[in-house]
Ligand binder design. Sequence first.
Ligand code: AKG
Length: 266
Amino acid sequence: MRLKTAVVQMDVAFGHPETNYKKVEQNINDAVEAKADVVVLPELWPTGYDFQYMKDHPDTEADQAVKFLSELARRHRVNLIAGSVPKQTENGLFNTMLVFNRHGAFVKEYSKAHLFRLMEEEKHLSEGNEGGLFKLEHGYAAGFICYDIRFPEWVRTHMLHPKHTPSILYVVAEWPKPRIDQWRALLIARAIENQCFVVACNRIGSDPNNTFGGSSLVISPLGEIIADAGEKEMILYAEIETDDVHEIRENIPVFQDRRTELYRYE
Ligand SMILES: O=C(O)CCC(=O)C(=O)O
């Protein structure tokens, strides 16, 4: 199936959700005018990494974000990979990706499984324990959040679902500029080794502790960069044909050729 993706590479106002909610709404409006089928937002777009704000103004069960996003998806008839949002629950604070379909129906939530110590996530957040596989009209996909892409075994676990192999990996991030070459290399590697499209959204701009590198990318299952947002605030558009994965997987049958009996130490 052919689909047009819109990746919102935006600056995020630190601890200022009013500004970020308005900006997200404007970006979704613009993407819909450009006839996007799927809009992708960055990690923690409501607040950035302002843990104090998240604690002082908890979005309980992410109700505020869910209501806002579901209404936008329904009104504009667009699928949303709505980045991630702070979700306060009685078991802790999670960094949670939310996915909605064109009818505004809630499709999936995925809480970041690998917390990033360099940004002290483990001191403030609880880690997710569930996978990020979901289905939209264009088939199966999986969602990952930032540091998750350093764990190829986590991504591969999603690819090994017995019935529902994803054809797109959506990655949302606040990835700092000093390691942006690693971001690019890791995303290309995840695309090639999993023979998947990668649609990756990183924020731009700075917070009190970091400068973020942008470089939101759309990558083919062969590892070719289809679209690259560079360092500007922008919506990155790309058209992809998800059925391409089948031929690529037939040509080089990586999944059939796995030697699982070797992949462990005694
Ligand atoms: O792995 C990295 O270098 C960056 C990860 C990160 O910034 C995050 O997970 O928030």
